[in-house]
Design a protein around this ligand. Structure first.
Ligand code: AMP
Length: 107
């Protein structure tokens, strides 16, 4: 899949990775908009958040995504943070592989 985040997942493009498990990777955004700005990305290629089906399976995947975002924020020691998801072109999405922005300041 010729998708920038799929290529990062496969290790074909460099990234400043902060977390990885069997389902997700998290790495620093190349154009940070906060002192700490990390993207949490599922390894499975799904274009946008609204493509997750309105089913228990979709709920499980959405839950896993936000659970991982919380876990990454905890690992980064963020006392508070903002989670942001752009959905679709009209929602400001630029990279069409689901991701959650985790933005905050340490300590
Ligand atoms: P959006 O699709 O609008 O939610 O945002 C995509 C984000 O991905 C932007 O904040 C970009 O700076 C970031 N981005 C794009 N390419 C890379 C890359 N190769 N490594 C890290 N972050 C990236």
């Amino acid at each position: 899949m010729d998708c920038v985040f799929c290529r990062i997942v496969r290790g074909e493009l460099p990234s400043r990775k902060v977390y990885e498990d069997e389902g997700f990777v998290a790495f620093h955004d190349i154009r940070p908009k906060a002192p700490v700005h990390v993207l949490v990305v599922p390894k499975e290629h799904v274009e946008k958040l609204s493509d997750y089906p309105d089913t228990e399976e979709g709920e499980r995947k959405l839950g896993a995504l936000f659970r991982t975002a919380n876990r990454v924020a905890r690992l980064l020691g963020l006392p508070g943070y903002k989670l942001q998801v752009h959905v679709g072109e009209k929602g400001g999405q630029e990279v069409f592989h689901v991701h959650v922005h985790v933005m905050g300041s340490p300590g």
